[in-house]
Each structure stands twice: as C-alpha cells, then as structure tokens.
Ligand binder design. Structure first.
Ligand code: KG4
Ligand code: ZN
Length: 348
C-alpha cells in the first residue's frame, strides 16, 4: 500500500505556517504549498489566537492548490498525515480536524506525526543518502535537539536546550536589536556587515575539560547569552553608541550561538564515531552554521542540510515521516488529540 505509487496528503499547521504536500512513494513531491503568515511582524512574535484564525481561513485553499498542482483528486489519496504536536494548540487543531474529517469522509487511514520527527526527515526527501545512522541537530523556534539516529524510528537523545530554543534566541535578540520578526534571517543578514570580535560574547555551555559523562556535555543553553546581549545593549544605549554597534552585536551573538551548536555537534560526531550529520529546523537555514560545521567536521564526513524551503515548517517533511510510519502499519484513531507538548516517538 505504501509502495512507489502511494499518494500521501500531509498537512502542517503547528505554528504560523499553513502547508500541504502531496507525496508519491517515498520522495516524489507532486505538490507542495506553504502559506506564511506575515501579520505577526508588528507584534514581535507569533500571536497564537491570530495564528489559529488565519490557519482556519487558508487551510482549504492551501490543500486545494496542492492537489491542483499535483493533478491529483482528493479521492485518489491513499492516506492522510498531519502534525499532531508539539506546537500551538489552536493552530494544530485546524490541521488535525481537517485531516480527520477528510480521512473519515473518504474512508482512508491517517496518521498523526511529531513535528520534530518530521524535521528529521526533511533532508531524506532531497538526498537519498540522508539515511541513518547519523547525528542530527534539530534547531527550530521551539526546540533544540541533538540526537543520534540509529535507524528511522530509533533516536538516542544526546542533548537539548535547558532553556530557550536556538531559533527563539535569534528571535528574542532580533527584537532587542529592533530587527522585527522573525529575528533569524535578519540577524544573519546584518551579521555579515558586523565584526564579532568587536562585540564578543562567551560561548555558552562549553568549558575546558568537559567529559562525555558530564550532564552538560551535550546540553545547550541560550537564555544567558540573550541576557548578556540585553545588558550590552543597555550599556551601549546609555553611552549613545548603540546605533553604530547593531551589526557587531548581531555578529557577536550569532558567533556565540552557532559556536555552541557546532561544538556540541562535533562532540556527538567524535563520541559516536558517526561522521554523518543531518541538520533540520528553521535555524538550519543559516548558511554560517552549515559553513562552520563543514569546516570543522573530520575529513570524509557528510553533512546534509535541507534546502531553505524544507528547513522551516512545511508539510513535505510530514509526508515523508508519515511514509515511513504508515509503511510500518501505524495508524491513528479518530480520537487522536493535538498535544502542545508531545513527546517524540522513538526516543531511547
Ligand atoms: O522550524 P521553524 O520554521 O519553526 C518551528 O518549528 O519553530 O523555525 C523557525 C525559526 C525561527 O526562530 C527563525 O528565527 C529561525 O527558525 N530561523 C533562522 C534563520 N531562518 C529562520 N535562524 C537563524 N538564521 C536563519 N537564517
Ligand atoms: Zn518547525
């Protein structure tokens, strides 16, 4: 049933993007639409109530456009997939209820997918070689996970953030620097004009002499760094020097934040002996992150980076994750509920 001709229609509405994808077999994307909400910019972050209402307005046209581009009729869909969590509960419910209704009406199976497992599958859509075993660094607006994927569905959690997620830190610092929302792309752009040495910050969670047995060996933290930027911004402002320092602050923050991610990933590569690394999540769009990793990984390593469209939230990665799990015979029941803090399946 989930052979080369299966048609999976996936929907992703976990935050402020509304996306649908039609996947044939394992990797052939017949249609893929992502509608991004831009009304949150003025609020400096996503407003959950506004996001879920917007999801409701665009879910029908987004799915219709996806089917039209794929040239596939809804009746021909083999199975449905949807992000069931984690995410904003109101937004998640829009996609989940849409998929439940369609699956019920057409008498087709459906499956709820974990948002971060979907991010883990994004590179597998683009590159046949992006298969476990690999070390995975998943860096989004809500999560920061360092995993060792032994095989699909079996993930050893090496480390995670103890406070803010990596993308969240970029967004908060972006707001501090007056760069709007989301902060990540704006900081990356501005950092190119700045000098990290002129506004240097220490790299969090990286000490000399740390050992793999230490419980902070792989863990990460971003909130202290954010507070350090805030303190520096206030000092510079009092001295009337803030305006000239914005690009240097962006560069200094980005260097410290990304260095932490790179160091922890290199530790995972050294300890597991696995020289294959997969990136996922919105922060994987940051070209400096990929460049730094590429420079520092041992010779002969492979680094898989999702294309920008598949790094941030999208339904194609949900369809790809669902192809794996539906193929194993997994199905969800109609009483499946959305969960804001869903635990990732397969974590050992
Ligand atoms: O995976 P994603 O689309 O949504 C969540 O699941 O959270 O990630 C969004 C996050 C935002 O925090 C955004 O600032 C960050 O990804 N991001 C970036 C870049 N592009 C997006 N962070 C750093 N550099 C970028 N170029
Ligand atoms: Zn995401």
């Amino acid at each position: 049933m989930f052979g080369p001709d299966s048609l999976i229609l996936a929907v992703e509405t976990s935050c402020d993007d509304t996306s649908a994808a039609l996947l044939r077999g394992e990797r052939e994307l017949l249609g893929h639409v992502i509608a991004t909400q831009d009304m949150h910019e003025g609020f400096g972050g996503v407003v959950p109530e506004v996001a879920s209402r917007a999801q409701l307005r665009v879910i029908d046209p987004v799915v219709e456009q996806t089917l039209a581009r794929a040239g596939v009729h809804l009746d021909d869909v083999t199975a449905f997939a949807v992000t069931a969590g984690p995410g904003l509960i109101g937004s998640l419910l829009v996609g989940l209820n849409w998929v439940k209704a369609a699956a019920y009406a057409l008498g087709r199976p459906f499956l709820g997918i974990h948002h971060m497992e979907a991010h883990l599958f994004a590179t597998a859509l683009e590159d046949e070689g992006a298969q476990p075993p690999f070390v995975a660094l998943l860096v989004s607006g809500g999560h920061t996970l360092l995993l060792f994927a032994e095989r699909w569905g079996c993930y050893r959690l090496l480390g995670q953030t103890r406070d803010d997620a990596a993308g969240e830190a970029f967004d908060k610092v972006g707001r501090l620097l007056g760069l709007g929302f989301p902060g990540g792309p704006a900081i990356e752009r501005l950092a190119r004009e700045g000098d990290a040495d002129r506004q240097a910050f220490s790299v969090p969670m990286v000490r000399a002499g740390q050992r793999p047995e230490d419980d902070d060996y792989y863990d990460m933290s971003f909130s202290g760094l954010k507070t350090a930027v805030l303190t520096r911004v206030r000092e510079l402002d009092e001295q009337g020097r803030l305006g000239d320092a914005i690009a240097d602050l962006a560069a200094g923050f980005q260097y410290a934040a990304l260095s932490q991610l790179v160091e922890k990933t290199l530790r995972a590569v050294n300890q597991t002996g696995c020289a294959r690394v997969v990136l996922g999540g919105g922060v994987a769009r940051n070209a400096v992150l990929a460049e730094s990793l590429r420079r520092r990984l041992p010779p002969g390593s492979q680094l898989f980076v999702p294309s920008p469209r598949l790094a941030t939230d999208n339904a194609a990665m949900v369809a790809r994750a669902a192809h794996f799990r539906l193929g194993r015979g997994e199905r969800s029941d109609l009483d499946l509920n959305a969960q804001a803090a869903l635990v990732m399946p397969g974590i050992v």
